[in-house]
Design a protein around this ligand. Sequence first.
Ligand code: G3P
Ligand code: MG
Length: 233
Amino acid sequence: MLIFAHRGASADAPENTLGAIKLALTQQVDGIEIDVHQVEQELVVIHDRWVHRTTNGTGQLPHYSMNQLRTLDAGQGEKVPTLWEVMQLIAGQCMLNIEVKGLKDVALVITLINKAQAELGFKQEQFIVSSFDHHLLAQIKQLSPTLKIGALTASKPIDYALFAATLGAYSVNADITFLDQAFVDDAHQRGLQVMVYTVDEAEDLEMLYHWGVDGVFCNSPAKAKMFINSIRS
Ligand code: G3P
Ligand code: MG
């Protein structure tokens, strides 16, 4: 079961900052998950549409220019990073799950993934582009058919993982709240990986491990890794 740092190692560093990414890298995670929004023609790494929860600013992200956004403190003196800065920091050391939240120009994300392969030593299979916006995922799949797509769901659809298979996704990225063995088995029968968020309790990790879940997004990835290694041995 692969361990992904959720918003970086976000239990111990401000979420979605370079500090949280650096910490996750020292913990030798299998992958890192971040949230991405478009501001002007840039992709920035931040979870919410409003900036007040994670920065010292106020107001909505779409009202910010890049220059204004970069004056904000995202915690411990850090700026809201760009996706390219995060890619430069990771530079192929682990997988990167780019969760697309607010994006008008889908080509932006594909361009950066291609550039990261050309300039930073990433392989395409190290990227997963996930979203709750399945229309957007369909557009990405059309533009880049070999890129891994993660179809996010916070529910248990009536046809289980059919929606993800229809999209040609690589994985179902599911909320633990509604996941069960039947959903996991259905996804696997359709040839999909199952990735689950957000998992930080030992009992949950053990349950998902026994269900055959392929990857988990954890705020405390170091603890999750230790626990999984202990039940494996
Ligand atoms: O990508 C998994 C998870 O991050 C989805 O929910 O709200 O934490 O971005 P959220
Ligand atoms: Mg996310």
